[in-house]
Design a protein around this ligand. Structure first.
Ligand code: TRP
Length: 336
């Protein structure tokens, strides 16, 4: 058996909303596992959150400690994972400035994720400069911790590609490997759909089950889930593909053998949507009850959450300052 060598992992979340079930399967669960045998840093990316919320800053500030509570509630341990706040790590902003001299506007315009975002937000030429250049700041985030591994969804791959281009440019300038190239650690969990099945689960769609959702909200969200419109009577045969209830059962039901037997019965006919929804609801209520309780307990002491974030940020600052100093060296700027 081969043992995985210890990796240096950097991940982050824009702090623009409560974390939801999509985050839970896609990134939180893997992070809880990874923290036990790797150096893991999680960045609360409030500066990146502001790149398209500058005129609604509360959306970011009010979520910072909630996101920390979400992390702790799912089992991220501050003793094993460094949780830090982007805006309190000045070296990240400085590195962003140095790196922006190495990236052309044309290169940024080619980023397919940013392209999609510009379209969906109808920015056009009014795109905030900070939003347009956020992939550069993300490269600063990753390189400042000498991360070799970045767990991400596939929408983030263009960011890692740009990061590695910057790394190679800097290392060529320095004539030695100052910065570390990174590799994605792709989540094998496909993105969870929203309840209506039409969109990806995201806070802005207003159809999310967040980690803090009440039992009532969970129940309402499951009841509203899209199933198979042609499955009218219980005895009709039903379709699994595109059926949101089954997608969620796949993602959250521990007993996959049971899910398999439900699918067979559903296809054959004789299993109603009321029943599949009841099974899913039970499973989600059971999953989220302890998480919600822990989250609420952590949120009763916001000072303690801030202390945890501060302690992680202190560690992060030491690492990021070290990288910044190396980069300044290249430019001959460590004059004093
Ligand atoms: N862009 C990421 C997102 O949209 C958040 C993020 C910021 C990030 N900095 C990062 C992710 C560094 C990975 C690495 O969720």
């Amino acid at each position: 058996m081969t043992t995985l060598s210890k990796k240096t992992i950097l991940t982050g979340d824009r702090a623009t909303g409560a974390l939801h079930l999509g985050h839970y399967v896609g990134s939180l669960k893997p992070r809880v596992v990874l923290q036990h045998n790797h150096n893991q840093t999680i960045l609360v990316a409030d500066m990146q959150g502001l790149t398209d919320n500058a005129f609604d800053p509360q959306k970011v500030s009010s979520n910072i400690l909630n996101v920390v509570a979400d992390y702790l509630a799912v089992g991220i341990e501050p003793a094993k994972t460094t949780i830090c706040l982007q805006s309190k790590i000045p070296a990240l902003a400085e590195l962003t400035m140095f790196y922006s001299n190495l990236v052309s506007v044309a290169r940024l315009e080619r980023n397919p994720t940013v392209k999609n975002e510009i379209q969906s937000k109808s920015f056009g030429r009014s795109i905030p400069t900070g939003f347009f250049t956020y992939p550069i700041s993300q490269a600063a985030d990753i390189t400042a911790f000498r991360a070799d591994t970045v767990p991400v969804g596939d929408d983030q791959l263009p960011m890692l590609e740009l990061t590695n281009e910057i790394v190679r440019k800097v290392n060529r300038l320095a004539d030695r490997p100052i910065l570390t190239e990174c590799e994605p650690l792709l989540s094998h969990m496909p993105r969870l759909p929203s309840a209506d099945g039409k969109n990806k689960m995201s806070k802005s769609m207003g159809n999310t089950i967040s980690l803090g959702s009440t039992p009532k909200e969970i129940s309402a969200a499951v009841k509203s889930m899209y199933t198979d419109p042609n499955h009218v009577r219980i005895e009709d045969s039903g379709q699994i593909e595109g059926n949101v209830v089954f997608t969620y059962l796949d993602a959250f039901c521990e007993d996959q053998g049971y899910v398999q037997s439900l699918k067979e019965q559903y296809r054959r006919g004789g299993l109603g949507d009321g029943t599949t929804k009841k099974i899913l609801e039970e499973c989600l209520q059971e999953l989220l009850l302890p998480i919600r309780q822990r989250r609420e307990a952590f949120l009763t002491d916001r000072q303690e959450l801030a202390n945890i974030l501060r302690a992680g940020t202190d560690i992060a600052n030491a690492q990021a300052n070290d990288v910044l100093s190396d980069v300044k060296d290249i430019y001959g700027l460590n004059i004093f």
